[in-house]
Design a protein around this ligand. Structure first.
Ligand SMILES: Nc1ncnc2c1ncn2[C@@H]1O[C@H](COP(=O)(O)OP(=O)(O)OP(=O)(O)O)[C@@H](O)[C@H]1O
Ligand SMILES: [Mg+2]
Length: 359
């Protein structure tokens, strides 16, 4: 699939901008703080229903303006359409002009896979980043997953609030019983989805790793969860109730899930070199790309924010050569030379995009 055009109105530092995209490679270059990432962010917003860097939608509205709109027009193999996001300051979405009442309707209508230098946090950082990675991917493919996850978070919040109240005022445990049942049910369904996708990762991770490393390294991925068995998990919740009461939060559940990567049987987060951690990050993203492509039956759009600067010339070339016919949207500070068909460069300067003459 590919995007044909983007229209931005009072979005970040764009007042009124139309961008006509090439179905191959699109390079947005320019100095720092000119608005390159803002373009990637606008596409991500229409794809995933939220920004990847702001929790507050209001921040997306241009300073001193009341509302922002982003419209992304796309072509899929069997249909074309558009997604419009309006932030005024409440966020609303429209598919082909029809207002949507659930964000999960919008998510995944435009399929993107993003690559950024921050991805390495997935290996080096805490489990939040890893859960976010897997959650985003599954949500974009399975709207029901996002729905389950939202419900889980609501019940979890209720349980945590109740635990805190119980510490200060006399309250029975009856509501906890109900919430525990609900958590166990939702946890198990979410576990099933995650487990199915980790199996997909396991099946291809070695092949993906072999593409980018010439050394023979054995790579493995392991999913860690304490929710794999519903009745066991429920017992676990009940056993931990005293502990949860003193802590004031729920200490077990799929909100604590994690995954580990091993290279030659050693955890790469602990024992891996800087280079191994980087290649492992890329391996995970390539797995994501393969899984998404297989599942949607066409090529997703790649968003590469500052990512090319991470790779040396040879890796850059082999990365691009290994792509199928994906539409690629690249941001960088210096225009990069790529020998491929269908390339369009855009010079970005202070919230204005200048399309350069096609080669
Ligand atoms: N709500 C907003 N209204 C107006 N301008 C904004 C808003 N939010 C961010 N900006 C401006 O957008 C610019 C940053 O845009 P962006 O992150 O896209 O830069 P960039 O070109 O990707 O830079 P870099 O090369 O450093 O990554 C900054 O100048 C910032 O002040
Ligand atoms: Mg940027």
């Amino acid at each position: 699939m590919y995007i044909t055009q983007i229209n931005l109105k009072n979005f970040r530092n764009y007042e009124n901008q139309q961008i006509i995209l090439n179905k191959g490679i699109n390079i947005f270059y320019g100095d720092n703080a000119q608005g390159k990432t803002n373009i990637i962010e606008s596409i991500f917003l229409c794809s995933m229903g939220k920004s990847f860097r702001s929790k507050k939608d209001k921040e997306l509205i241009q300073f001193n303006q009341a509302s922002a709109t982003v419209q992304v027009d796309f072509e899929r193999k069997d249909r074309s359409g558009n997604i419009k996001a309006q932030i005024a300051p409440k966020k609303e979405f429209f598919i082909n002009g029809v207002k949507q009442n659930k964000i999960s309707n919008v998510v995944g209508k435009i399929n993107v896979v993003t690559f950024s230098p921050d991805d390495i946090k997935m290996i080096k950082g805490g489990p939040d980043g890893r859960r976010k990675f897997i959650d985003m991917m599954i949500s974009s493919l399975k709207p029901n997953y996002m729905y389950l996850l939202n419900n889980y978070n609501k019940v979890l919040e209720q349980r945590n609030t109740y635990l805190k109240q119980m510490a200060t005022e006399p309250k029975g445990e009856a509501l906890l019983e109900v919430l525990d049942e609900q958590l166990a049910e939702l946890s198990y369904q979410i576990y099933e989805y995650r487990n199915r996708y980790f199996e997909k990762f396991s099946a291809i991770i070695q092949d993906m790793h072999d593409i980018i490393t010439n050394k023979k390294e054995i790579i493995k991925i392991k999913y860690l969860s304490n929710a794999q068995d519903k009745s066991g998990f429920l017992k676990n919740l009940q056993q931990n109730r005293k502990l949860d009461l003193t802590r004031g939060y729920t200490s077990s559940g799929i909100h604590r899930d994690d995954f580990l990567i091993y290279i030659n049987h050693k955890a790469v987060a602990v024992y891996g070199s800087q280079g191994q951690q980087r290649t492992t990050t890329l391996t995970l993203k390539l797995c994501e790309l393969r899984i998404v492509t297989d599942e949607i039956g066409e090529t997703p759009i790649l968003l590469l924010d500052d990512f090319m600067s991470e790779l040396d010339e040879t890796r850059r070339r082999s990365f691009l050569e290994n792509l199928e016919n994906n539409q690629v949207i690249i941001t960088c500070t210096d225009n990069i030379e790529i020998e491929k068909e269908h390339i369009q460069s855009f010079y970005v300067e202070n919230g204005v995009v200048h399309a350069e003459e096609r080669k």
